[in-house]
Write a protein that binds this ligand. Structure first.
Ligand SMILES: Nc1ncnc2c1ncn2[C@@H]1O[C@H](COP(=O)(O)OP(=O)(O)O)[C@@H](O)[C@H]1O
Ligand SMILES: [Mg+2]
Length: 265
C-alpha cells in the first residue's frame, strides 16, 4: 500500500485535533477528505506528510514510517500542497516550480534534462507556461494556487496530498484541476488524498471518501454509500437530498437553501 496510517492521533496542547485516524490507500486511488471546518482535515494531511508528530499512531509510505524518513526521502515519494502555502512574493512561478523539483536534484548535481522536462510539464499542465516569469505577488489568487499545484506536480511524486486545491479557483479551473488529478491517478497511478469542501466534486472525482467530524473518522467508503448514509445532512447540519442524475453517474447532493434565503421564516 502506498500510504497508510493507523491509530493516528494529534494534539495541539490540550486540544485533540485528530483521534485514532485510519487510512489505507490503494495505488492510484483518489481519496477525498471531507468534514466541517476544524474537523481535522489539514491536521490529518500534515501528519500523513510527516510534518507534525502524532501523539499516537503513525503514518507509513509503503510500510515505512514517515517519522523514520528524511524530508528529502519523503519529498521523493510524496508531494504536499498545504492549505496556505507561503513563499516570498518576489519569487517567480518558474523559481517556485524549480524548487518543487529540488528533492530530485542531489546536493552537488545540477538540474538535468529530465528535471527540466518535469518542470515544463508541470507548468504546462497547470496552464502557466506563458506566466512562468511573473512573480507570485503579481498573480491573482487562482493563478497563485495553480503555481503551487504546478510546484507539487514538478516533484513527480507517486503520492499527492492536496489541501483544498480548488478553493481559490473559478469553476473552470476547479474542473481543470480535478481533471488533472483524475488523469494523474488513472494514467500515472498517482495516489491522491485531497481535502475538499464541495461534496459533489468529492463524490464525482474520488474512489473513496473519508468523513471527519471533530477529529473523529465518521465514514470511510465509496461515495454512493456515503450518499446513502445520511451522514452529510447530519454532519454538516443541512437539509438536502441526493438525487440521481443518470445511469453510471454518482448521485448529486442538492442542498436546501431555503433557510438562508428566507431569514426569519
Ligand atoms: N497549529 C495549531 N495549533 C492549535 N490548534 C490547531 C492548530 N491547527 C489546527 N488547530 C485546531 O485543530 C482542529 C483541526 O484543525 P484543522 O486540521 O485545520 O481542520 P480542518 O482542516 O478540517 O478545517 C481545529 O480545532 C483547529 O482549531
Ligand atoms: Mg483545513
Amino acid at each position: 500500500m502506498p500510504l497508510t496510517c493507523s491509530q493516528l492521533s494529534v494534539r495541539y496542547g490540550q486540544r485533540q485535533a485528530l483521534s485514532s485516524f485510519e487510512l489505507s490507500l490503494q495505488k492510484g486511488e483518489i481519496r477525498a477528505l471531507i468534514g466541517p471546518n476544524g474537523s481535522g482535515k489539514s491536521t490529518a494531511l500534515q501528519a500523513l506528510a510527516g510534518l507534525i508528530t502524532p501523539a499516537d499512531g503513525h503514518a507509513a509510505i509503503k510500510g515505512m514510517p514517515v517519522a523514520s524518513m528524511s524530508r528529502r526521502a519523503i519529498a521523493r515519494k510524496l508531494a504536499f500542497l498545504p492549505q496556505q502555502p507561503s513563499a516570498p512574493g518576489e519569487m517567480t512561478i518558474a523559481q517556485l516550480v524549480r524548487q518543487g523539483r529540488f528533492s530530485h536534484v542531489g546536493l552537488f548535481r545540477s538540474y538535468v534534462r529530465r528535471d527540466e522536462e518535469a518542470i515544463e510539464w508541470a507548468l504546462e499542465s497547470t496552464g502557466l507556461t506563458s506566466l512562468a516569469d511573473r512573480t507570485l505577488q503579481e498573480l491573482s489568487g487562482g493563478e497563485r494556487q495553480r503555481a503551487w499545484i504546478s510546484a507539487a506536480l514538478a516533484q513527480e511524486a507517486g503520492i499527492l496530498l492536496l489541501d483544498e486545491p480548488t478553493s481559490f479557483l473559478d469553476i473552470g479551473y476547479q474542473v481543470e484541476v480535478l481533471d488533472l488529478v483524475h488523469r494523474l491517478s488513472r494514467e500515472k497511478g498517482v495516489t491522491v488524498v485531497m481535502a475538499i469542501h464541495d461534496i459533489n466534486q468529492a463524490i464525482a472525482v474520488s474512489d473513496r471518501i473519508s468523513l471527519l467530524e471533530k477529529g473523529e473518522l465518521r465514514f470511510d467508503g465509496k461515495p454512493r454509500a456515503l450518499a446513502e448514509s445520511g451522514l452529510i445532512e447530519k454532519t454538516f447540519r443541512v437539509k438536502g437530498q441526493f438525487v440521481e442524475v443518470g445511469p453510471d453517474k454518482p448521485p448529486h447532493f442538492d442542498v436546501e437553501l431555503a433557510r438562508a434565503l428566507s431569514p426569519g421564516v
